[in-house]
Design a protein around this ligand. Structure first.
Ligand code: NAD
Length: 302
């Protein structure tokens, strides 16, 4: 049995809540916290009313920070929205203030579980959460490039007409414009991806992934379902003690940043990272992400 608290119940928070209700999971209690109390009262009513027809028996309620005390996971999706033409980095200062306040309150409650952060720019906000909480870094996870990886696998699968589940490729680095795919380790079944797509096609897929959020926001104003399902995937990997590899934003001791790299998720959080063998060009790309994140981190006063 597990208790999850969602802080920030806008598009992302509620897509996560809805996806969680629609899947079998260990979550038995779901608590919603948001500045807009009236809205989440409505959300709780709406979600609870469909429980009769769902596989889960989750108790959903409006809560406050006291509820974090015995929670297993606190998921943070509070923040300012990413506007059209606004990069994730533009959101830093706005969301930094919001996150500092929230994390302080969660820690005050006596919370002993795992933080999962979705607020953008997610690698920086995960760092803020870690710093303010004083938690062991394993217990602080950002969604990182998990959504980008899901998008990548879908787009490749579509192009070559192979089930997404058989596409073994990952997006790593900053969840943002410097993210990239280390194609040298990407394969379909046991074949290297080069046997299916040429260099130009691979580059095009990579660009589509990088621009996916902008394209969706341009059309519907926000992105929500994809990230909602990624958050459920991360939740299940933690609560089921799966030792699953997901490209979450986890701590990089050497550079003192959080960044998306394949990490083993279990009941302890992001237990460890998987070493990724990179070509010279890929190493440079990763270093570029590291530099961008270090520069962004330097702008916040922690
Ligand atoms: P939204 O505006 O719909 O929701 C944000 C919610 O946060 C609102 O309901 C607001 O009332 C609440 N909020 C703000 N300050 C708060 C506070 N101090 N305490 C409690 N609640 C507070 O935005 P959204 O579309 O749900 O996006 C949320 C965040 O998730 C953004 O930062 C967005 O960029 C990010 N996001 C991340 C990913 C990813 O891959 N990590 C994907 C999509 C969106």
């Amino acid at each position: 049995m597990g208790k999850v608290v969602i802080i920030g119940c806008g598009n992302v928070g509620m897509s996560y809540a809805y996806a969680l209700l629609n899947q079998k999971s260990k979550v038995s209690e779901l608590v919603l916290i948001d500045l807009d109390k009236k809205k989440i009262e409505g959300e709780v009513m709406d979600l609870s009313h469909c429980l009769a027809f769902l596989p889960s028996k989750i108790k959903v309620k409006v809560g406050d920070y006291e509820d974090c005390r015995d929670a297993d996971i606190v998921m943070i999706a509070a923040g300012a929205k990413q506007e059209d033409n606004e990069t994730r980095m533009d959101l830093i200062s706005k969301n930094c203030v919001i996150l500092k306040g929230i994390v302080g309150e969660v820690v005050k409650s006596g919370f002993k579980g795992i933080f999962v952060v979705a607020t953008n720019p997610v690698d920086i906000m995960t760092y803020v959460t870690w710093k303010i909480s004083g938690f062991d870094y394993k217990r602080v996870i950002g969604t990182g490039t998990s959504l980008d990886t899901a998008r990548l696998r879908y787009l490749i699968g579509q192009r070559i007409n192979i089930d997404t589940k058989n596409i073994h490729a990952y997006v790593i680095g900053e969840h943002g414009d410097s993210e990239f795919v280390p194609w040298s380790g990407a394969n379909v079944g046991l074949q290297n991806i080069d046997n299916f797509l040429n260099k130009d096609e691979l580059e095009e897929v990579c660009r589509e992934v990088r621009e996916a959020a902008y394209e969706i926001i341009k059309r519907k104003g926000n992105t929500s379902y994809g990230i909602g399902v990624c958050l459920v995937r991360i939740t299940n990997a933690i609560l089921n003690d799966e030792n699953s590899i997901i490209t979450v934003s986890s701590y990089d001791e050497e550079n003192d940043i959080f960044m998306g790299l394949p990490s083993v998720l279990n009941r302890n959080g992001a237990e460890r990272r998987i070493y990724v063998e990179l070509s010279e060009e890929e190493t440079e790309k990763l270093q570029n992400s590291v530099d961008i994140l270090k520069e962004a981190k330097a702008k916040i006063n922690l």
